[in-house]
Design a protein around this ligand. Structure first.
Ligand code: PAU
Ligand code: NA
Length: 553
């Protein structure tokens, strides 16, 4: 078994110490985290560069660092096409969601649901979000610890507890300012670690051109797959189009992200930060896909998994790092720091946003309290979610699934219906509260039906039920067709279900009249389309008229 040197331990410890120091710095400077405005919204004074790095870091955890290379190693670069969905997936939040939420001056994104519908819808939204983030942070904290344990024998629960403790402390002490600035620092560590491993890996594979020949001959460079079959896991359509809905649920209506938009100094800066996520995400995606290719260049088809050095795909990256970097003391430590950086920046955002919604949406409306009291309680809430996170890690420990698919499925199954709820409110003025609640419930039922059905039907035991050789040729029919839907479509399916059912129920129970909708809570689709068309007509007239006037006058 590969081992860790003292330098590796020191680098890993430095990451935790530096993150803690940033937390302490923001606990004792500025307003000393004495108001909820500072603790939750960094006094609404953030600039766009740190915000954009933090926005990217929130949903980029060890899951992506470990899962993406494993995916690319096994199935080639098709997954890279998910980068296409970042365009619409960020433009729509930047021009529709952010301006609306910013102008409403919300205290949490779920307050929108109360303004547009009623208090009950707000609470349903909040509870759904809490459910989503609690599961996700369990995956986030468990993933790096498990990989480290499997490959180096590092104590599993020691790693979970150490990271959980440090992260909880700096989040509870330093508030959103600490969360954002540790995200910035951790992003730098994350990129550096990945880049170092890629460079050394290419070197081990015999240089760039050799590495290229190996991955090309191994068939790992995938062309664009335009197969319209929605059951194929990764095609351009599932990734580039299904992915847009995933991105909207994460970057458009997720509290962790909206909280960052709301904490920027100006609306313009909030929109800019969303734009700047685009290059950051592309770099992150590129690094993790390249890592998969480099792994293939080094191992070819003799994967350590096949040779039984490891027991699951998700241990591959760390095994590769320990295997290739044995002679570079410190580099394994740097990569482990990179893995944990990715996860720390995710769970700290989860703690802070969970504490915020619990306070703002569930507690404050029902109990009046002083500002000092509220701030103290928010810090206690952040601490409690830290403990819940470690407990969730144990729950994830009991399940057993590929981490990337697990995380993205959670986003689709719980985040998808939430996205649908917001879209129902924003784009359909006629939707009413009963429609919203029923729609959300229907979306969640659909999500768990298809999600769990799909999970069970892919279990090894049910594979044996199917006749031999027929799995590839016969398309699954009926319910099995639904169960085999690519997990990349979950967000789209579940959000559309909410909108559809929401509209049907609204019409049955009396649609909301135009005048009854609170101002600023509905996006004027028709008006925007008209003005866009108008501009387009004017523009084309401008381009063509000079010649025409010359010719015809
Ligand atoms: C959320 C996306 C798809 C955005 O590229 C990506 O960061 C990803 O695959 N994340 C996996 C989940 C995680 O890293 O925790
Ligand atoms: Na992260």
């Amino acid at each position: 078994m590969p081992y860790f040197t003292i330098i590796d331990y020191v680098i890993f410890a430095l990451l935790l110490v530096a993150s803690m120091a940033i937390g302490l710095y923001y606990a004792f400077t500025g307003g000393r985290q004495s108001t909820t405005q500072e603790f939750m919204y960094a006094d609404r004074s953030m600039k766009c560069l740190p915000l954009s790095l933090s926005l990217m870091a929130t949903f980029q955890s060890a899951v992506a660092i470990i899962g993406t290379p494993a995916e690319v190693y096994a199935n080639g670069t098709q997954y890279w096409f998910i980068g296409c969905c970042y365009i619409l997936g960020l433009l729509i939040p930047a021009h529709i969601f952010i301006p609306m939420f910013y102008r409403l001056h919300l205290t949490s994104v779920y307050q929108y649901l109360e303004l547009r519908f009623c208090k009950a819808v707000r609470i349903c939204g909040t509870v759904t979000f809490i459910f989503q983030m609690v599961i996700y942070m369990g995956v986030g904290i468990y993933t790096p610890a498990l990989a480290l344990n499997a490959v180096t024998g590092f104590h599993l629960w020691g790693a979970v507890l150490a990271t959980g403790l440090v992260c909880t402390l700096y989040t509870a002490l330093g508030g959103l300012k600490a969360v954002v600035w540790t995200d910035v620092f951790q992003t730098v560590v994350m990129f550096t670690g990945q880049l170092a491993v890629i460079i050394v890996g290419v070197h081990q594979a015999g240089g760039l051109s050799d590495a290229w020949v190996k991955v090309r001959d191994g068939g790992r460079i995938s062309g664009i797959d335009l197969n319209p079959d929605p059951t194929v896991r990764h095609t351009f359509w599932t990734l580039g189009v299904g992915g847009v809905f995933l991105m909207l649920s994460l970057y458009g209506v997720n509290q962790a992200q909206v909280q960052r938009y709301l904490s920027s100094r100006t609306e313009k800066e909030a929109v800019m930060s969303c734009y700047m996520v685009f290059p950051c995400l592309q770099v992150a995606l590129m690094l993790s896909c390249l890592m998969g290719l480099v792994m293939y260049a080094c191992y070819g088809n003799n994967s350590p998994l096949e040779q039984q050095y490891i027991t699951s795909k998700d241990q591959m990256v760390l095994y590769f790092v320990m295997d290739m970097l044995q002679n570079f003391p410190g580099l394994p430590g740097l990569f482990v720091a990179c893995l944990f950086s990715a996860s720390l920046s995710t769970i700290s955002s989860a703690f802070n946003s969970l504490a915020t919604v619990t306070m703002v949406d569930l507690i404050k409306p029902h109990y009046s309290m002083t500002e000092a009291r509220a701030t103290l309680l928010s810090k206690m809430l952040a601490l409690s979610y830290g403990i819940i996170c470690v407990a969730m890690a144990y729950v994830v420990h009991l399940m057993n699934s590929s981490v990337l698919q697990a995380a993205l499925s959670i986003f689709g199954m719980v985040g998808g219906p939430l996205l649908g709820l917001f879209c129902l409110g924003i784009f359909f003025p006629c939707a009413n509260s009963i429609g919203a609640v029923t729609g959300l419930a229907a979306g969640l039922v659909m999500a768990f039906w298809v999600g769990i059905g799909g999970f069970l039907s892919r279990m090894p035991s049910s594979v044996q039920v199917l006749p031999f050789n027929s799995t590839n040729t016969v398309r699954p029919a009926g319910l099995n067709g639904l169960y085999s839907l690519s997990y990349m479509w979950y967000s789209a399916l579940n959000s559309s279900t909410v909108v559809l059912i929401g509209l049907i129920i609204s019409f049955m129970t009396g649609p909301t009249k135009g005048d009854d909708v609170a101002s600023g809570t509905v996006y004027p689709v028709m008006r925007t389309a008209q003005s866009l068309l108008h501009k387009l007509v004017k523009l084309s007239a401008c381009c063509t008229s000079p010649e025409h006037t010359v010719r015809w006058s």
